[in-house]
Design a protein. Structure first.
Length: 79
């Protein structure tokens, strides 16, 4: 029995763990990450731990990003 390439990547992550890289910077403290091998997506939660990136967390991150950008644009114009 042979494994598909996608299954091999999952086996690699199951044995050695995921290798995450930053895929999106939401704020200074909140980022989204993606495993370079299997594509699993996670994000930092309020405690700084990694949590699975669910559609609900994606919406929260989008909202946080908009608020963060608005505040920093307003601060740049005031300075």
């Amino acid at each position: 029995m042979f494994l598909k390439p996608t299954d091999m990547k999952k086996v690699f992550c199951n044995i050695f763990g995921h290798h995450y890289s930053v895929s999106k910077k939401v704020t200074l403290h909140i980022k989204e990450y993606k495993c370079i091998h299997c594509g699993k997506e996670v994000t930092t939660d309020v405690s700084g731990n990694l949590s699975n990136l669910t559609p609900e967390l994606q919406d929260i991150n989008k909202t946080l990003e908009v608020i963060y950008q608005k505040r920093h644009r307003a601060a740049e114009h005031a300075a």
